[in-house]
Structures are given as C-alpha cells and as structure tokens.
Design a protein around this ligand. Structure first.
Ligand SMILES: O=C1O[C@H](COP(=O)(O)O)[C@@H](O)[C@H](O)[C@H]1O
Length: 226
C-alpha cells in the first residue's frame, strides 16, 4: 500500500489549535451561508473538541441557518456523561450558536438500528462542514477497526449512518459512514499528542479495515498540537 500524503498543521499549544480550528470552521460555515444561505456542521465528541466549541460558539454567524449534529453518538440518553450530544449542547450550542438547529442521534425508545435507519433517511445530503476526532486505535467518528458494521460503514454505497458495537466500548454507537464524511465540502481533524500523530501517519499506509481514519484522508485538513 503506497500511503497517502498528509498535510499536518502544527500548533505550538492546544489553545492555539482551538483558535485555528474554530477560525477554519467559522470560515467554512460563512462560505456556505454566503453562497447557499444554509450550512450543516457535524462535530466529533470525546475529550478533544470542547475548547474548539467554546470559541466557535461565540462567532457571530447566521447560526439560525446552521444545523449541527454529532459525527457519531454513543447510544445513551442525552443526560448521560458519555453522550456526545450533551457535550455539544454544553459547549457549542451556547451564546450566538444557541440559535443553531440540532439533529440528535439518540432517540429514546428506539434500538440503535432503528435510530440509524431514521437518521439515514433524514441525512441523505450529510454535513457540509465536519470536524473529526481520532483515537489512537485509528478510529474516527465511531468507525472502529475490526468491528462488525465497519464494512457497511466503509462501503461506497453505505447508508448515511451505521451501527457499531466495538468490543472496546461499553455501549453501541451510531456513526456517520465514510461516504457521508467524504461528501463534506470542508473536512477537519483535530488531534493532540505524539501518540495520535504517529497513529495517523501509520494509518496513511494501512487499509481502512484496520485503520478507519485512512478512509477519510483525501482533502482532510489535519490540526495537531502536543
Ligand atoms: O469515542 C469517540 O472518540 C473519538 C476520539 O475521542 P478523543 O476523546 O480521543 O478526542 C471522537 O472523535 C468521537 O467523536 C468519539 O465518539
């Protein structure tokens, strides 16, 4: 496998990364709003993006015409500490950005499969702007290596959303498929630490089945800080 060229924007601090990524997302949203009057933003959950959300939420954008969703969700109620929706509500849908719409993935009373089917019907166009995260195991969104459901999530004709039940995780997940992620006009990845940078560089030489992040590398803008 030849490997894919990676352009990594390095920042001297995590704060500088948050400023840079927030500005890049705001610029991509502004471009959409100026050209079509609307935009859709998907964002990672987990431990990395809260400082980016805090800054982005304060941008003076036409948030009423922006719809926000997670790149993936743990199948837990919104009040649960592990809910990505809870993180997004607490850090992104605040201040001016409180005017944005929000598309929740978790639906009380539905199985993950039912939830994914509903979302796939609703999200045919997918997000225009996306902020991804990545684990050291090279998962992105909730496309986890060597997990049932990954083949469907990587397929060229994948539905918008797939269900994943990674052995390493305590609950089922719903993830945007690689097809939908790659359809976004602006794709950003924010990662911290040497371990994730090394993993990303390794992933560029490995198949998506073993390193799902490698399925979304084309046109991906990578932001890294120690
Ligand atoms: O489980 C998840 O993991 C990834 C990476 O999270 P981090 O805590 O290592 O930053 C995240 O991008 C994804 O949205 C989340 O659900």
């Amino acid at each position: 496998m030849g490997g894919q060229a990676l352009e990594i924007i390095e920042y001297s601090t995590r704060t500088a990364l948050a400023e840079g990524v927030s500005a890049a997302l705001a610029a991509a949203l502004t471009q959409d709003l100026n050209t079509t009057g609307r935009s859709t933003l998907a964002v990672a959950g987990g431990t990395t993006p809260a400082p980016i959300f805090d800054l982005l939420s304060q941008e003076q954008l036409d948030w009423a015409n922006v719809e926000v969703m997670a790149s993936d969700e743990r199948w837990v109620p919104t009040g649960n500490e592990r809910s990505n929706a809870k993180l997004i509500r607490a850090h992104l849908l605040q201040g001016p950005a409180a005017n944005a719409g929000f598309i929740p993935f978790y639906q009380e009373g539905l199985t993950p499969e039912q939830g994914a089917a509903h979302l796939s019907a609703r999200l045919q166009n997918g997000p225009s702007v996306i902020l991804l995260g990545m684990g050291e195991d090279m998962h992105t969104a909730s496309l986890f290596p060597a997990t049932e459901g990954l083949e469907a999530g990587l397929a060229a004709d994948a539905p918008a959303c797939v269900v994943m039940r990674p052995d390493s995780q305590p609950e089922a997940r719903i993830s945007l498929s690689a097809r939908l992620i790659n359809a976004a006009g602006a794709k950003h990845l924010a990662i911290f630490g040497e371990g994730k940078r090394d993993a990303l560089q390794r992933a560029a030489t490995i198949s998506p089945e073993k390193a799902p992040i490698s399925a979304v590398l084309p046109n991906l803008k990578v932001h890294w800080a120690k």
